[in-house]
Design a protein around this ligand. Structure first.
Ligand code: SAH
Length: 354
């Protein structure tokens, strides 16, 4: 697909024409990754953050937020619960919190791996290459690091770098891939100043990076952050709507047919009624039920009014399972590796053996 075709789809508003996009994405999803919907249990291990991202409620300057860190034991208990509920994977996510240093994270990964058969995904932000390498060596399987927008000036403006000239997320994603992680990137849709052309470049970047996982959700302003006060771009601003997010998801499916693509919580937040179902019918094949203990959940406030903050783990699970089954799909068993990644790994192993 050419850039101009992608832009044309992003501009398209006629429901009957968009129906063609939805149906094609759904067909490709079914053929390439099947009808099973895999569950990843999300464990938000800390809301401490050293960064000052203009969009995120966890930014260090947000003094209105009570900060927490889960203990190793609490994290392990969540992982055991994930396995008991039949999930194939857990995602450990946090702000950029250096208290969870190399050794602490390694110890948590080892303990989860000793006690369960879960795939372990990390989403801990930008860390040192040696840390990424150690965590991979002790058993971490996947890493999620959204590049947020492929336009570097916009990215640097909303995500001030720690040091001048530090490696951008796109090069970190390449590093993670070389280290052997199943690699996930993604973007927010509707960042003030982001145009439809930018979104088209983002979608092409998913393909260029050969991502195994692609996370896309609408940008939701957080009143405690500077970006919430910013006006949208004067021309061609991408709307932060559920409809625009479905378009990006569907196009991501067409351009990366074998990727694992979640129906995200941000999407469920802007369309509580059926945002997740719509995403699953327009290209997505993953959902990420929240396993964070109730006492911490509301504190992981990257944006306000997050869907599912007040539900218990069991209610969250049965609600999501019900939503999956209501659209004629089923919850998948096993780790749910991306088929493209399995193939890449097999090719690397056979190349090494020869
Ligand atoms: N510190 C980690 C995890 C951040 S939270 C990291 O930076 O990778 C995970 C994702 O939430 C971010 O990558 C971003 O895409 C999304 N997010 C943050 N603030 C948001 C907001 N205001 N609206 C929508 N999504 C947001």
């Amino acid at each position: 697909m050419e850039r101009s075709d992608i832009i044309r789809w992003l501009r398209e508003e006629r429901p009957e024409t968009l129906q063609v996009l939805w149906e094609t994405a759904d067909r490709v999803r079914s053929a390439e990754v099947g009808d099973e919907v895999h569950l990843r249990g999300l464990i938000e291990i800390s809301n401490h953050c050293r960064r000052s991202c203009l969009y995120c409620g966890l930014r260090r300057e947000n003094s209105g937020l009570r900060r927490y860190r889960m203990s190793e034991q609490e994290i392990l208990e969540c992982a055991l619960k994930a396995e008991e509920l039949g999930f194939g994977a857990v995602v450990l996510q946090s702000g950029e919190d250096l208290w969870f240093d190399e050794g602490r994270i390694a110890s948590i990964i080892r303990r989860i791996k000793e006690r369960t058969a879960l795939a372990v995904t990390l989403s801990l932000g930008e860390r040192r290459a040696e840390e990424y390498a150690l965590w991979q060596a002790v058993g971490a399987d996947r890493y999620l690091l959204r590049f947020e927008t492929s336009r570097s000036e916009l990215f640097e403006r909303i995500h001030p770098p720690l040091e001048r000239g530090s490696a951008g997320r796109i090069s970190l994603l390449r590093l993670l891939r070389r280290l052997g992680y199943e690699t996930g990137g993604g973007v927010m849709v509707g960042i003030p100043g982001q145009t439809l052309e930018d979104l088209a470049d983002d979608i092409l970047t998913f393909n260029r990076l050969e991502l195994d996982m692609i996370g896309v959700g609408p940008y939701i302003p957080h009143p405690g952050t500077p970006l919430a006060a910013e006006p949208p771009a004067p021309v061609d601003q991408a709307p932060a709507s559920d409809l625009m997010t479905y378009k990006v998801l569907a196009l991501a499916r067409l351009i990366c047919p074998q990727a694992n693509i979640p129906a995200t919580t941000a999407l469920a937040t802007v369309n509580r009624e059926n945002g997740r179902e719509m995403a699953l019918m327009r290209g997505a094949n993953i959902v990420m039920p929240n396993l964070t203990p109730a006492r911490y959940r509301a504190l992981y406030e990257i944006y306000p009014d997050k869907a599912c903050v007040s539900e218990t783990v069991d209610i969250c699970f049965s609600c999501l399972k019900g939503r999956v089954e209501s659209i004629g799909r089923c919850v998948g068993a096993g780790r749910g590796d991306s088929p493209g990644f399995r193939l890449k790994k097999a090719l690397t192993i056979s190349a090494q053996e020869n």
